[in-house]
Design a protein around this ligand. Sequence first.
Ligand code: GLA
Length: 665
Amino acid sequence: MPSLQDTTRGRILFGGDYNPEQWPEDVWHDDVRLMKEAGVTTVTLGVFSWARLEPRPGVRDFGWLDRLMDLMHGHGIGVVLATPTASPPPWLGRLHPETLPRDEDGNVEWWGSRQHFAHSSPAYRRYAAAITEDLAARYAHHPALTMWHINNEYCTYDWGDEAAAAFRRWLRERYGSLTALNSAWGSAFWGQSYDAWEEMLPPRRAHYMKNPTQVLDFKRFTSDALLECYAAERDIVRAHTPHLPVTTNFMPLWQGQDGWKWAAQEDVVSVDVYPDPKDPLGGQYGALVQDLTRSQAGGGPWMVMEQAAGPVNWRGVNHPKPAGLNRLWTWQAVARGADAVCYFQWRQSRQGAEKFHSGMLGHAGEDGRTFQEIKRIGAELRAVGPQIAGSRLIAEVAVLHDWDSWWAGQQDGRPSSLLDHAEVLRAWHRALWEANLPVGFAHPEHDLSAYRMVVVPHLYLLTDTAIDRLVAYVRAGGTLVCGFFTGVADGDDRVRPGGADAGLRALFGIRTLHEWWPLDTGESVDCGDFTGTLWSEELTADDEAETVASYRGGELDGLPAVLRRGRAWYVSTLPAPDALRGLLGRAATEAGVRPPLPGLPHGVEAVRRGDLLFLLHHGRDAVTVTVPGGRHRDLLTGEPVGGTITLGRHGVAVLREDAHPAGSS
Ligand code: GLA
C-alpha cells in the first residue's frame, strides 16, 4: 500500500488548502510566486469545488483545474486533490431533496452552507461516485498529483428516512434476529420490544430519555455509514492511481467517527488541529491530538492537514496567534511525528463565511507578520526536514481511548452529566505531558505488550476481550493505572454484576463497589495529600490491596481513594493536576519510564524523535535548559550546544548529538 512517504519523498511537506476558484486567475500567478517564497511544497485543491466542476447535472468544467494543475506542476508544487463531495451543488438538493439530511426533529439541513448531504442517500452516493470517477480519470496521470483527499471532515448525522432504511439494514447485519436485538437493547425496559424491522428508527425526538443502546448503535452506524462513503470514493481513486496514498482529514477528538476503525482504512492519517491561542493549555491539547493521530497511524508519520496561521472564526472570541506561536506549534507537530504540516488555508478569503479566518497569506498581505512567520517556518522545514522525515517516536506509555465507550458513557441518565469523557482524557494526558513522558494512544483491545505502562483515564464500557487484555497485561508484568467509573458496562451497555467487571475489581483489590459519589461543580473531596474533583467512589478493599490515599471527612471518610495491588493502580477520583502528575510520575518511574531530559524548566517540552531531541518552549520568558551528554548541534541555527541552551519566547531547538565532538579524533 502507498504511504505518506510516497508523497513526502524525504521532505517535511508544507502548504495548505488552496481555494483559487474564489479569485480571478491573475491572482493565481501571484499565489505561486508567494508560495515559492514561503517554501510551500504542497497544496490541497478542490475541497469545495463540486459546483464549479459540475455546474449542472452531468456537465463537467475541468478547464480551470487543468490550468491550475499545470501551474502547480510548473512551479514544482505537489497537489493533494480532493474529491469535492463535502459540499454538493444546490441543484442536487433541488432535484433530489432526499440527498439532504434531517435532524432528530425531522428538519431539513438545506444547501447554502456545506456538508448538507445525507450519507445513506443512493442519489448522493451515485452523483458523488460519478464526479469522483471523472476527476480521478482526468488527473490520474497528471504529474502534479501526489495524494488524494476524500471529502472533508466527515461529520454529518442524519435522522431522515434514507438513514432510517440504512440503519435497519445495519441492525439486521449486526444482530441477525429481532430476539438478539431486543436482548442487546434491553427493550423489555419501558415496553420497547420490537416486533418488526420496519419499527426500527434512528433515535428521533422522543418524550423522555431514549434507549441508550439504540443511541449507541446509531452512533456506531453513523460512523460506519460515513466510512462507507469514504471507502467508495477511495476505491474509485485507488483504481486509477494504485501508487498514490489516500486520506481524509479527521477532526480531533470528534465523536462522530470511530477514529481507530477509520484510520485502518486510510493510507495516510491526517488531522485538523486548532488549539485556542489564548488557552494556556493549548500546547497540551495540540500534543494530545498529535499523540492520538500518530497512534492512529500505527506510530509512523502522519499529516497535519489543517491548522491556522492566525485566528479562526468559529469561537466566540477569536484570538490571533502571538508572534512565535505558529512556529512553535508547527515544530511541536513535527517533533511528535508529523511529516506534513499544512494550513487552512493558503490565501485568506475576502468573501464567504470564513473571511475572518486567517490564512497563510492574510489580508495584510506579504508584509504581514503572519506571512513573514510562514516564510520562516517554510525555510526551516526545507532546510532541516530531510533530516527528520520518516523517523519515529517510541511511546512507552499507552493511554487507552475508545469511541464505543465515549458513545455509551456520554448519554442521559448517568450518575453525573458533568462527567465528560474528553475532558477526563485531557486531564490525564496533561499530567503525562507535563511530566514529559513519551505517550501514545491505544484501543483497549490492542496488543499492549510493547508498553511499559498503560493508563486508562476512564473507559465506562469495556468488552470482555479488552478486560482480558488488561488482566493479561498486568499478569505479564505491565503497570496499569486506571481511573474511575471504568469497566462498568459490557459491549451492549449492560451494567456488569457488582457495578464493574469482577476481573478488573480483583486486579485492583476492590472487594465491593458500594456506590458512585459524583461531585457537584465546585465540590471537592479531601484525599489527604491532594484534593479530588468531579467524582468519588465508595469502595472497600480486599486483603491484597494497598491503600495509597484515603478520603478524609464526609461520607467516605477513611475509605480508599487510590488503591494499588502490585502494579495495578485504581484512582477513584480526579486528582488535582499536580497530584495526578505526581501519581503517574511515580507509577512511571517504577515501570522504568523516564522523560527524555530530567529537570526541565516549567513550560518546556522535550520530545525525542528518531535520534533528534526537540525542545519546545511554551512560555514567553527566556529559559535555560541543561542538556546533558555529549556535545549537540541545533539544526535550526547550525550552532553547537554545549551543556546548556537558552530558549527565548516560544523558542524551539532541534538537537542532534555530535558524532565526533570537537577535540576527538
Ligand atoms: C475545518 C474545515 C475547513 C475550514 C476550517 C476552519 O477544519 O475543514 O474547511 O472550515 O475548519 O477552521
